[in-house]
Design a protein around this ligand. Structure first.
Ligand SMILES: C[S@@+](CC[C@H](N)C(=O)[O-])C[C@H]1O[C@@H](n2cnc3c(N)ncnc32)[C@H](O)[C@@H]1O
Length: 268
């Protein structure tokens, strides 16, 4: 499956048309200040940057960045003190995105070749993760959400646009590599998708339906925007980052907590 997906997107990396599967998700304003080479190829099913409330200075990871459009939009929002990192497993996509970044003069964006199932990023190193029509293509979605949780800083957030279904797809569709590459075969029921996100540790998992993409028999296949948070922990322990009076764990002082990096184990 992975080889089929990679071959499909290596081929698309050579083209120059917007091929978004669920209709255009970008307004002319979104694209207005982007150089034409950066807006060239969009294969997404939503516009996660528009929903992620990116702030100047934030570090953003785009999982499955393709030709780089969302990474460029994110780079523009986080500004010179922030950074956007695009991650993609298809070499031709990475090559194209890097070339565009250079031609368009983006200095706060980088593109890394790698598999989202094993992200080439340190623990707790990004503020926001975005992804646009990618995770449906992957084999081990639970592993991807665990990796997303690992690389996000406590307090970080996830904003995904992806294809989901209202019930399980029939087996022949799920096992057809071409259907996978077209963002259908690997699409999970919305309920299962959001459960996997929660099982990875995320809180406040919210799913908002987007546009219908296809009907496969009695299964509705549609886009969705899914947000979630890696919470810092607000119930018992945190004095750090703006919280002033909460309940200390036994034997701790505010100073001791501030002196060490907060770990997830401290979070309730
Ligand atoms: C449908 S395209 C979307 C590209 C981009 N997000 C956009 O909106 O234009 C899917 C992209 O995900 C990448 N991809 C698929 N599986 C991946 C994985 N396991 N790890 C990293 N990238 C992956 C593909 O190479 C392809 O570039």
């Amino acid at each position: 499956m992975k080889d089929e997906v990679r071959a499909h997107y290596a081929d698309l990396a050579l083209r120059d048309t917007p091929l978004s599967c669920c209709g255009g998700a970008y307004t002319p304003t979104d694209l207005a200040d982007l150089p034409p080479e950066a807006a060239g190829l969009s294969l997404g099913c939503g516009n996660p940057v528009a929903l992620a409330s990116l702030q100047p200075g934030e570090v953003v990871l785009d999982i499955g960045s393709g030709a780089g459009l969302d990474a460029f939009l994110a780079a523009r929002k986080v500004g010179p003190t922030g950074r956007a990192i695009g991650l993609d497993m298809t070499e031709a996509m990475i090559r194209r995105a890097r070339q565009t970044a250079e031609q368009a003069g983006f200095s706060n964006v980088e593109f890394r070749l790698g598999d989202a199932e094993e992200m080439p990023l340190p623990d707790e190193s990004v503020d926001v993760i975005i992804s646009n029509c990618v995770i449906n293509l992957t084999l081990d979605k639970a592993q991807i959400f665990r990796e997303a949780y690992r690389v996000l800083r406590p307090g970080g957030r996830l904003m995904i646009s992806d294809i989901v279904t209202d019930k399980p797809l029939p087996e022949p569709v799920r096992s057809d590599p071409k259907e996978w590459a077209r963002c259908v075969g690997g699409a999970l029921p919305e309920e299962e998708y959001t459960r996997l996100i929660a099982e990875a540790g995320f809180k406040r998992v919210i799913c908002i339906h987007g546009l219908d993409f296809r009907q496969v028999g009695d299964v509705r296949v549609y886009s969705a925007n899914i947000s979630a948070e890696k919470q810092m922990g607000v119930a018992k322990t945190t004095w750090n980052r703006g919280f002033s009076r909460l309940f200390p764990p036994e034997g701790s002082t505010p100073q001791a907590i501030l002196a060490r990096p907060q770990t997830n184990e401290e979070v309730v």
